[in-house]
Design a protein around this ligand. Sequence first.
Ligand SMILES: [Zn+2]
Length: 164
Amino acid sequence: MTEKFQDHQIRDRIKIEYRYTMGGQSKFFIEVMKNKKLFGTKCTKCGKIWMPPRINCSDCYEPADWVELNQAGTIQVSTIVWYTTSAFIKAVPYGIGFIKLDGAETAIFQGIFSENLVPSKIKKGKRVKAVFNKQREGKMTDFFFVPEDEYENWISKPEYEGGV
Ligand SMILES: [Zn+2]
């Protein structure tokens, strides 16, 4: 008679400190952190403006130059997040979506916060504007978008500020 295998598990925790680089896209994160600016890139051949920035154009593979973009844009698609990882659980519920900044031809995936979060506030076609954390680390979580009509309220809060 064979005994049924039974594994023995122990719950434990691993803490790992490490560094990673943003490589060629470092300028985007440095500009967000130091200057509250949103930079995309413009293809040197076809002129397409990429946001998030691409170092080389994804259409024609030619190099792209950095260009500062407007901090307002239009929601292309969005949803409300109710389930997330531990890193964002305190923010639930919050919106996320693809936002096409004015002048850009591609859309950036980013958080969309609202003081009155209902689907109609963050639906396709709604205008949004970037708000920055006062404490920035050079990460995507340094900024988020809010409906344009809530912008002044958000930047008047002590932990946030408007862009340059
Ligand atoms: Zn191109």
